[in-house]
Design a protein around this ligand. Structure first.
Ligand SMILES: NC(=O)c1ccc[n+]([C@@H]2O[C@H](COP(=O)([O-])OP(=O)(O)OC[C@H]3O[C@@H](n4cnc5c(N)ncnc54)[C@H](OP(=O)(O)O)[C@@H]3O)[C@@H](O)[C@H]2O)c1
Length: 239
């Protein structure tokens, strides 16, 4: 039984990952700032819920009162705005959760991690390509890849791997926010806004959170022991 920590496990991709690992019998801990969604994710599964803010050093340190075998830095957030509409507060907010949060999580995870350990960042296709409406988010997600590749080289001889998963638009609250934002911005209906969101994916659909969870499961398997410092795109061939 592996000990698995998932940040931002109360919703969306984090929730799907938590369910996937818990259903296999792993000891899953999830964290987020709000307890209610964490408890909803837990339901009647054997999942431990911890309140934590990944932007806060002490809060992250407190999470690691025990070592984990698999740590999935999933918490992240972004706001759509062109460069000239991006305030310093938006920039700082985005980098704090999406980049600094991964740094704090992996730094503490690494301290107690044993051979066989797995560090997995839920990055994004925005780690591999920019977008006119996401300068802060794309910068943070590109930063996540730099962090992952550096950690991968640091842990390579320790039997630990560090990788990133890069999903395209995935069917979660984050995609819903993007769809409603487009409806407002272009005064259009849901179908058209959804079509705009999925147009970047050659498959023409949203990624299912369970598909990202399946990828995390693979990267945490013994068979993936030689995959290190990799950015695995789960995007239907978008990038
Ligand atoms: N959905 C997509 O289209 C998509 C595509 C590519 C990559 N991603 C990435 O996938 C990850 C998960 O996103 P999602 O789509 O599942 O969105 P989501 O449903 O909004 O989930 C984000 C989770 O992160 C938690 N969180 C936010 N700020 C936090 C903080 N400071 N400390 C701790 N937890 C925090 C939230 O819980 P609390 O608010 O309770 O803290 C929430 O449970 C993110 O890194 C996102 O960038 C998403």
């Amino acid at each position: 039984m592996r000990r698995v920590l998932i940040t931002g496990g109360g919703s969306g991709i984090g929730r799907a990952i938590a369910h996937r690992f818990a259903d296999l019998g792993d000891a899953v801990t999830i964290c987020g700032r709000r307890m209610e969604p964490l408890e909803e994710t837990r339901g009647d599964r054997n999942i431990t819920c911890r309140s934590a803010d990944v932007t806060d050093d002490a809060s992250v340190q407190a999470l690691f009162d025990k070592p984990y075998d698999v740590v999935i830095a999933n918490a992240g957030a972004g706001e759509a705005a062109r460069l000239t509409d991006t305030t310093l507060e938006m920039w700082d907010r985005t980098l704090a959760v999406t980049l600094t949060g991964v740094f704090l999580t992996f730094r503490e995870a690494r301290r107690g991690m044993q051979p066989g350990g797995r560090l997995i960042a839920i990055a994004s296709t925005a780690s591999l390509q920019g977008g006119p409406m996401i300068p802060a988010y794309a910068a943070a997600k590109h930063g996540v890849l730099g962090l992952v590749r550096s950690i991968a080289l640091d842990v390579a001889k320790k039997g630990i791997t560090c990788n990133a998963i890069c999903p395209g638009f995935t069917d979660t609250d984050m995609a819903e926010t993007a769809i409603t934002g487009l409806m407002e911005r272009y005064d259009t209906d849901r179908d058209q806004a959804t079509a705009m969101v999925v147009s970047g994916n050659p498959m023409g659909r949203l990624i299912a959170p369970e598909e990202v969870a399946a990828t995390a499961l693979f990267l945490s398997s013994k068979g993936a022991a030689s995959i290190n410092g990799h950015a695995l795109s789960v995007s239907g061939g978008e990038v």
